[in-house]
Design a protein around this ligand. Structure first.
Ligand code: FMN
Length: 196
């Protein structure tokens, strides 16, 4: 196949993004929610996750000041809420109240979990890297919560039962059809996934 040398100017060519709802709060515990597409696991030990946030977001100041956030994984059934929370600001509305979500106390950080999200990762900010248009907050995961229904018998999260949302450029998609498992070209059986 012929490769076109330069499609356009340099840009983010990676546009299939998992979408999460990040919660944060102020000193009085007033919570806010921001959907984030630029998110990813960045280190397994200690476990860390990174989120890229524009400084002009209301949530940015809360995360910067408090040094804490929670990554909540929404599933397909929450698609409306994901989009709506991205087009309103916590500086003007209480998004929990407006969009009918339930805040639950976290165990180790101040921002609340979102009850309606099946998995919740409590994070303490370890690094804040100013990259230009966005700041990359790296949070150490200090506690993980999950809905009972998606747990396996051994207590681990069964990710095959999750229906997360992916943003492909400007289109939300589901990703429920499994294509293969990690290491299937090398091993006969599934391998533990903490290896990468
Ligand atoms: C699906 C989706 C993904 C988004 N991803 C990001 C992101 O990665 N970083 C960011 O700064 N804003 C992102 N936004 C925009 C913010 O969520 C949006 O500006 C939001 O209203 C900010 O809320 P706040 O003012 O309460 O902080 C995204 C919005 C949507 C709908």
């Amino acid at each position: 196949m012929k490769k076109i040398a330069e499609v356009k100017q340099p840009m983010i060519g990676l546009y299939h993004l998992p979408v999460v709802l990040v919660t944060c709060c102020d000193e009085e515990g007033r919570p806010n929610i921001i959907p984030i597409g630029w998110v990813g696991g960045v280190c397994s030990n200690p476990p860390q996750v990174g989120i890229a946030v524009r400084p002009r977001r209301f949530s940015y100041k809360l995360i910067e000041r408090m040094g804490q956030f929670v990554v909540n994984i929404p599933e397909e059934r929450l698609l409306d809420v994901v989009d709506k929370t991205g087009f309103s600001s916590g500086g003007k509305v209480d998004k929990f109240e407006k969009f009918g979500l339930t805040p639950l106390p976290a165990s180790k950080v101040k921002p609340p979990l979102i009850e309606e999200c099946s998995v919740n990762l409590e994070c303490l900010v370890r690094h804040a890297l100013n990259l230009g248009s966005h700041t990359f907050f790296v949070g150490e995961i200090v506690a993980v919560h999950a809905d009972e229904e998606i747990l396996k018998e051994n207590g681990e999260i069964d990710y095959t039962r999750l229906k997360p949302i992916v943003l492909k450029h400007d289109e939300y998609c589901g990703m429920t059809l499994p294509l293969g498992w990690y290491g299937f070209t090398k091993y006969k059986k599934r391998v533990v996934n903490e290896v990468y």
